[in-house]
Structures are given as structure tokens and as C-alpha cells.
Design a protein around this ligand. Structure first.
Ligand SMILES: [Zn+2]
Length: 437
């Protein structure tokens, strides 16, 4: 009882101290503007939790924010706005003497979300404003209606914009590495006959996790691959890993730690699901259970293929697919994997992840794994499903490159199709060759 009393006294002391602190002036210490295809995010860095109110005005469109008991330390004029949604950010006469009023002059009227964010990662208290275009249209890739459609792969570069993801010991940002690898993979896939790739983000901005899967669904993708880089609290762990969704409880400490990190990261950039997409996703959710088992099987098989490819070019953190409950993998109607390309918290991995050459190798490895799966198990109606094969018995003087030339396919394809580990073939060996038509 006495202990409880002591605790209570301490508690009231601490809260008294905290409330004195809270009454001190807040300060706007920084402003960041993140333009994205469908929205612009404005983030105010604050000394402490904001006490604010806001309203909008039209003709011309404006968003007015009143910060109570605050100062502004940012030169708003220097916010050279290259953003198409915000024309200017300026101050105006405040409601009270101790407050500050900011006016965002807008290009038109937007769907508005405004919310404070608690300190996380390298950031302190923030106020986040999202201006969404009123007519958000997902760009849908042109899918020809003939019977030989492409296998469509969604490539998801983890994090972005306000959410840097993990930060390496030498200061590299996960969000940059993931985008670089995603873009390289996008290029490789789009050069492959019978495959097509779409990116869930193309630049340095944050895309809400629901939105990422929505983009994938609207494009009717066959597969979803999310690209990340790991980090741990110590420098030692290294290597790549591939994750698939799990229905079981996550057991290893490492897995729990990583999952929490990704969750925090989502909060950091996404505002904790303030924006929810509804309506047309309901059907997809109903269908999800039916497809769950099939899609997990596809995910695991592809993950295994990709691990085999990654093994040739990088250390592996895990030799088998890992199971975890990452939000980005929750869309169980679409086969999905998450490739952790290495540990950005490990110096050697960090150096590799920043090398263009290594990024290209990782992208190629992911592509090879995907290609192998889809050429062996092509979805109905795809070009891959329409390919028929002939057999070729290797005779003396024939090499892979001669055969590749003769049958007009790449050596890589020939190898992948026949599970060849090297470039040498034996006389008398039978090879599978795609035949035209
Ligand atoms: Zn990540």
C-alpha cells in the first residue's frame, strides 16, 4: 500500500512536470513535401505534440491550420514548391497572439486527411497532411483480350517518402535500395516475352499498404513481390531471406523483431491506417479464403526458386522460406512473397545493397525464380501456357550457345527450362526446347 502511495506521488510529480513542459511554446522546426501520383503528403516537424485546428476556404482553395501556442522556425519562402497540388505555404494573421496560422494555397479542392504522428525512428512529433486527388484512378496496365496474355507481376518497393525503412550503419536508406532493385526487376521482366511487371511505387513517396495491394488487384496480377532490406539491432546478422505469409504464430525472436519493425515502419509512414480503402475490396476478401491455400503453395514454390537463385550471388540468412505475418503479405488471394535482399545493418551487406551491379544481380535472381515457376506452372490463358515443347537430343559439336541461336531463345531461358546448372551439355542429353506457335 505504501509502495502504491509512493508510486502515485511520483506519478503526479511526473505529470505536473510534463504539463509545465506542455505549456511551453511549440515550434515548427521543419516542413517536408512528398508529391506522389495520387496525393501529396506535407509533414510538419514539431518540437512537441501539436495543439491545432484547421478549416478550408474556397475561391481560391486554401487549407488553414492554426497551431496554438507555437512559433515557426521554417523559412516558408524557401519551400520552392515543385508540387502541382500546393501553390504556396505562407503564414497569416494568427487567431491568438501566441499562436501561428499557416495557409496552404491549393491548386484545387482535395480529399483531406490530417493527423498528428508521435515520435518514431529518427523523427519527433509531427503533423501530417494528406491531400488526395478527388478522382483517384488506378492506372491499369493494358491487358490484351486474346488468349495469350502476359503473366503479370506486381513489384512492390518497400517504404518510401516519409518512411525511410531501415537505416544502415553508413546511413543508407532501405527505401532507396528497394526502389533501385524494384526498377531493375521491372526492366528485366518487361523484356521477357510473356511477362509484364507493374510497380506499386515509382518514386520517393509513401504508398499506403492497402493501396499497394489494391493497385495489384486492379491490375489483376498473378504474383506480388515486395522488396525490402533487413536490419537488426546488432551488426552481425547478414544475408538474404524470402518470406511468405504464415497462419501460425511466429516463433523465432528474430521473426518477431523484424515484424514489429515493419509494423513501426508502417506507422511511421502510413499514419496507422487512417486512410482505409473499402467498397470494391469486399469481394476480393470473400474470395481470399478460397484462394488461400493455392496462393500459399504458389508463394512457397516461387520463394524456393528465388532462394536457389539468390544463393548463387549472395549469402543467405535463411535457406528455406520464412513464414511471418507481415501486413504487406496479408493479401492472401494473390500469391505474395517478401524478399529481404540483405541486412542493411551489416556493413558488407550495406555496401553490396548500394552497388548497382549487385542490385542488378538480385533483380536477375528474383526474375529467374519467378520465370522458372511461371514457365513450369503457367496460369491458364497466358502466353506461357500456349508454348509447346519439342525435344532435342544433343549431338557432337553442339553447345548451349549454338542451340540457343538455332532455336532463337536465350541461353538463360534454355538453362532455366532444363534446370541446367552450368553451360555444358553432354552428347546424347535430351533438352526441352520451346517450339513456335
Ligand atoms: Zn522493410
Amino acid at each position: 500500500m505504501r509502495q502504491l502511495l509512493v508510486v502515485l506521488i511520483l506519478f503526479s510529480l511526473v505529470s505536473a512536470l510534463m504539463s509545465t513542459k506542455a505549456s511551453a511554446a511549440n515550434n515548427i522546426e521543419g516542413v517536408r513535401v512528398w508529391p506522389a501520383p495520387e496525393n501529396t503528403r506535407v509533414v510538419f516537424d514539431l518540437k512537441q505534440k501539436p495543439d491545432f485546428s484547421y478549416f478550408t476556404l474556397s475561391n481560391p482553395q486554401r487549407l488553414v491550420i492554426d497551431f496554438k501556442n507555437s512559433k515557426n522556425a521554417v523559412d516558408l519562402k524557401k519551400l520552392a514548391s515543385t508540387d502541382k497540388r500546393i501553390k504556396r505555404i505562407r503564414t497569416s494573421k494568427a487567431k491568438t497572439k501566441s499562436g501561428i496560422r499557416l495557409v496552404l494555397e491549393l491548386a484545387e479542392s482535395f480529399q483531406l486527411t490530417i493527423f498528428p504522428l508521435a515520435p518514431a525512428g529518427q523523427y519527433g512529433d509531427r503533423l501530417v497532411i494528406d491531400l488526395y486527388d478527388k478522382n483517384r484512378v488506378t492506372q491499369v496496365a493494358n491487358i490484351p483480350t486474346n488468349t495469350k496474355r502476359d503473366v503479370i507481376i506486381a513489384i512492390d518497393a518497400g517504404h518510401g517518402g516519409e518512411d525511410p525503412g531501415s537505416i544502415g550503419g553508413k546511413g543508407s536508406y532501405e527505401k532507396r535500395v528497394t526502389l533501385a532493385i524494384a526498377k531493375k526487376l521491372h526492366n528485366i521482366i518487361n523484356k521477357e516475352k510473356g511477362m509484364k511487371a507493374i510497380l506499386t511505387r515509382k518514386g520517393d513517396y509513401y504508398v499506403n499498404l492497402d493501396r499497394r495491394t489494391q493497385i495489384a488487384r486492379r491490375n489483376r496480377v498473378d504474383f506480388f513481390v515486395s522488396i525490402h532490406a533487413d536490419a537488426f539491432r546488432t551488426r552481425k546478422p547478414n544475408g538474404a531471406a524470402v518470406w511468405v505469409i504464415s497462419n501460425k504464430r511466429v516463433e523465432s525472436e528474430m521473426a518477431r523483431w523484424l515484424i514489429n519493425r515493419e509494423k513501426n515502419s508502417e506507422l511511421l509512414g502510413g499514419g496507422g491506417g487512417v486512410i482505409k480503402n473499402t467498397a470494391d475490396d469486399n469481394l476480393a476478401i470473400t474470395l481470399a479464403d478460397m484462394n488461400k491455400e493455392h496462393s500459399l503453395e504458389v508463394s512457397v514454390n516461387t520463394a524456393n526458386n528465388i532462394i536457389k537463385q539468390l544463393k548463387k550471388i549472395t549469402k543467405l540468412h535463411n535457406k528455406t522460406p520464412q513464414h511471418g505475418n507481415f501486413a504487406v503479405l496479408k493479401s492472401s488471394d494473390i500469391p505474395s512473397i517478401m524478399v529481404e535482399t540483405g541486412f542493411i545493418s551489416n556493413y558488407q551487406d550495406e555496401r553490396n545493397l548500394n552497388s548497382t551491379k549487385h542490385q542488378q544481380k538480385i533483380a536477375q535472381a528474383i526474375h529467374n525464380g519467378l520465370h522458372k515457376y511461371f514457365i513450369e506452372q503457367p496460369p491458364m490463358g497466358t502466353y506461357f501456357a500456349s508454348i509447346s515443347y519439342q525435344k532435342h537430343k544433343v549431338s557432337s559439336g553442339e553447345s548451349l550457345s549454338i542451340l540457343a541461336q538455332r532455336y532463337k531463345i536465350s541461353i538463360a531461358q534454355l538453362k532455366s527450362l532444363n534446370n541446367l546448372k552450368s553451360n555444358t551439355v553432354r552428347i546424347g542429353q535430351t533438352l526441352k526446347i520451346p517450339s513456335a506457335g
